[in-house]
Design a protein around this ligand. Structure first.
Ligand SMILES: Cc1cc2nc3c(=O)[nH]c(=O)nc-3n(C[C@H](O)[C@H](O)[C@H](O)COP(=O)(O)O)c2cc1C
Length: 385
C-alpha cells in the first residue's frame, strides 16, 4: 500500500511461528508444561500446572526452568523475525508465575540465524559419546552463551574431577529408584509403544531412551522397573566418557532464578547444537538433597544452588521427541473459542490432519495461521493513516 507507514503491529502469523519455536524447548520428561496466550502484540507464557511432576519436581523448579527454555526459544525467533521484545516477569506469591513478552516490529533482523536453525537441531542425546575433547574456543562460546543475571555456569573438563560427580549421580538415582511415587510417576511419562507416542505427542518415547517397544502384555511394572534401573545404571557408566560436564547454579532458589537458569541453559544448548555438541541431563543429582550437598561441597559452591547438571560431548543424533500441536498450547484473541472449534473440526479450514513435523502438526498450524492472519491483516490495515 503506497504511502502507508510500516505497520508496527506484529502479525499474528508470526506469533504462531514463535509459539511453535517455543514449544520445541526441552522440558523434564517432555511434559511441555506451558501455555501461551496472545493478547494484542503480547504473548503471555504461563505454566500448565496440570503437567507438573509432584514426585520428581515438588517445588516446580524443573517446570520453571522449562518455561525459561521456551521463553528463550521465543526470543531467539523474535530477534530473527525483526521483532523487539520487552519482557515482564509476573511473579506474585500464591499465583502461578507467568512472563509477558511485548513485541514490536523493527524492520531489522538483529538475531542469529544459526541459533534459530539450532532450535530444530537441539535434542537430548542420552547414548554414548565419542571420547573427543571440545576445543577451547567452542567451550568459550558456551560460557558466553550462558550469561544471565543471578545464574552461574561452570564446565568440568578434567577427567579426574568427574569421579565424585558420578558418585553424586549414583546416589541420587539409588534414592529416587527406592521411592515408589517417583518410579510410578516416571513410568507414567514413558511411552512404550509407537501408538501411545503418536497419540499423546508428549512424554519420553521409548526410542529416545534406547528402550525396546513393549507390548501391553509385557509392559508390567516389574519389567518396566527393571528396564529403568538398568538404563539409569548405564547412564552413570557413560559419564566418564563424556567430553565435559556442565553445571548451572543460581543465586536464589526461586521461580525468577529458575526461569533465568532455563534461559541460560537453552542459549547454551542451542549454541552447543550449532557446534554439533550433544548433551544429556544428570539433573537428579541437583534434586536429591544428599547428592546436592555432596555436589556443592565438591565444587566449592557457597550460597549458590546447583539446579542443572549435564554431560556433553559428540555423538550421532537420536530420534526426535514429539511435541503437542500448537492449537493445544495457544489461546487466540478473544479467548480459546477458535481453538476449541478446531478440535471439533468446524469450520472445515480448521480440521486437523495427521501430518506432523517434529510432532507439531502442520495442518493444525496452517488452520490457526489462516484464522489469525485474517485478524492480523485487519489490524495492520487499521494502522495505516
Ligand atoms: C529442567 C529439565 C530437566 C530435565 N531432566 C532430565 C533428566 O533428569 N533426565 C533426562 O534423561 N532428561 C532430562 N531432561 C531432558 C528432557 O527429557 C527432554 O528435554 C525432553 O524429553 C524433550 O526431548 P528433547 O530435549 O530431545 O527435545 C530435562 C530437561 C529439562 C528442561
Amino acid at each position: 500500500m503506497k504511502g502507508c507507514r510500516p505497520p508496527t503491529t506484529v502479525f499474528p502469523r508470526q506469533i504462531v511461528e514463535l509459539v511453535k519455536l517455543a514449544s520445541m524447548a526441552p522440558s523434564k520428561y517432555n511434559t511441555q508444561p506451558w501455555s501461551f496466550r496472545m493478547e494484542g502484540d503480547r504473548i503471555r507464557i504461563s505454566p500448565d500446572l496440570s503437567r507438573g511432576l509432584p514426585a520428581a519436581d515438588p517445588h516446580n523448579r524443573a517446570l520453571y526452568i522449562s518455561l525459561g527454555c521456551a521463553l528463550e526459544n521465543l526470543l531467539v525467533g523474535a530477534e530473527c523475525y525483526g521483532l523487539r521484545a520487552e519482557i515482564d516477569y509476573h511473579l506474585e506469591p500464591d499465583e502461578p508465575h507467568s512472563v509477558d513478552i511485548r513485541l514490536a516490529r523493527t524492520l531489522t533482523c538483529q538475531g542469529d540465524p544459526e541459533l534459530l536453525r539450532a532450535i530444530a537441531d537441539r535434542q537430548t542425546t542420552r547414548g554414548k559419546y565419542r571420547g573427543d575433547r571440545i576445543a577451547a574456543p567452542d567451550l568459550r562460546k558456551l560460557v558466553e552463551a550462558s550469561r544471565q543475571p543471578g545464574v552461574h555456569f561452570g564446565l568440568l573438563t578434567d577427567p579426574h574431577e568427574v569421579r565424585p560427580i558420578v558418585e553424586a549421580v549414583r546416589e541420587s538415582n539409588r534414592r529416587l529408584l527406592a521411592d515408589p511415587a517417583f518410579v510410578d510417576e516416571m513410568l507414567s511419562w514413558i511411552r512404550f509403544t509407537a501408538r501411545e507416542t503418536e497419540s499423546k505427542s508428549d512424554g519420553l518415547n521409548h526410542r529416545v531412551l534406547g528402550l525396546p517397544p513393549l507390548p501391553s502384555w509385557l509392559a508390567g511394572p516389574t519389567t518396566r522397573k527393571f528396564l529403568l534401573r538398568r538404563k539409569l545404571r548405564r547412564r552413570e557408566e557413560l559419564i566418564p566418557g563424556s567430553a565435559a560436564l556442565m553445571l548451572f547454579a543460581v543465586d536464589k532458589n526461586d521461580p525468577l532464578h529458575w526461569i533465568r537458569a532455563g534461559r541460560s541453559f537453552e542459549r547454551v544448548a542451542l549454541t552447543a547444537a550449532g557446534l554439533n555438541i550433544r548433551l544429556s541431563h544428570l539433573m537428579p543429582a541437583c534434586d536429591v538433597v544428599q547428592s546436592r550437598i555432596r555436589l556443592s561441597s565438591f565444587l566449592g559452591l557457597n550460597s549458590e544452588a546447583p539446579v542443572l547438571l549435564l554431560r556433553i560431548g559428540y555423538a550421532e543424533p537420536t530420534p526426535a521427541s514429539l511435541r503437542r500441536p500448537v492449537e493445544d498450547l495457544l489461546l487466540l484473541p478473544g479467548g480459546n473459542e477458535a481453538c476449541s472449534r478446531s478440535r471439533q473440526g468446524k469450520p472445515k479450514s480448521w480440521r486437523p490432519s495427521g501430518s506432523s513435523v517434529h510432532g507439531v502438526h502442520g495442518d493444525n498450524i496452517r488452520g490457526i495461521r489462516q484464522a489469525i492472519e485474517r485478524e492480523g491483516l485487519r489490524r495492520a490495515q487499521a494502522s495505516c493513516p
